[in-house]
Design a protein around this ligand. Structure first.
Ligand SMILES: C[S@@+](CC[C@H](N)C(=O)[O-])C[C@H]1O[C@@H](n2cnc3c(N)ncnc32)[C@H](O)[C@@H]1O
Length: 145
């Protein structure tokens, strides 16, 4: 599939709403040009952030999320030369980068989104990072012979 500059036709756009692991197998192979995702980060844990007037980070969908198992299906769906951007906790980026490389991706860049509303930490006892972290990788095209 070649990149197109043609405007998107809303009549041809489809929104699939549901569990990614169940829906991804329905996406045709080499049909996606950009996968942009912000999956669970495995950062949930009991906390007392409410004492700071903030809601906590303790979600039932976060703790056991498997960071790597969905990548193979996502790779299959992507066109050669297509991009994947994965936002995640900084601690998971190394595992994600290695998994992407083993699936035939070239990991291009570590992305940083600086923001003003960081995830709360216990002030006075920890640094408070004001960034979100992501990886940008491109599915390598097979070499022409
Ligand atoms: C880090 S949050 C991303 C939030 C998103 N960026 C937003 O602004 O709403 C992860 C999201 O993934 C969703 N999620 C968790 N497991 C999922 C799954 N198996 N398939 C699809 N979405 C899932 C959660 O409900 C949550 O909204």
């Amino acid at each position: 599939m070649e990149p197109s500059e043609a405007p998107l036709d809303p009549a041809q756009c489809v929104v699939l709403h549901g569990c990614a692991e169940e829906l991804l197998p329905r996406v045709p192979s080499e049909s996606v040009r950009l996968t942009l995702t912000d999956p669970p980060y495995n950062v949930s844990r009991p906390n007392n952030f409410q004492t700071m007037g903030r809601t906590g980070i303790d979600f039932d969908w976060d703790g056991d999320f498997d960071q790597l198992s969905w990548l193979e299906e996502a790779a299959r769906a992507l066109v050669p030369g297509g991009s994947i951007v994965i936002w995640n906790d900084r601690k998971n980026l190394g595992d994600l980068a290695r998994a992407l490389a083993s699936l035939g991706f070239s990991v291009k860049a570590k992305l940083t989104w600086s923001k003003r509303n960081p995830m709360p930490r216990n002030r006075g006892r920890s640094f408070v990072p004001r960034e979100e972290h992501g990886l940008w990788a491109v599915k390598v095209k097979p070499r022409r012979k």
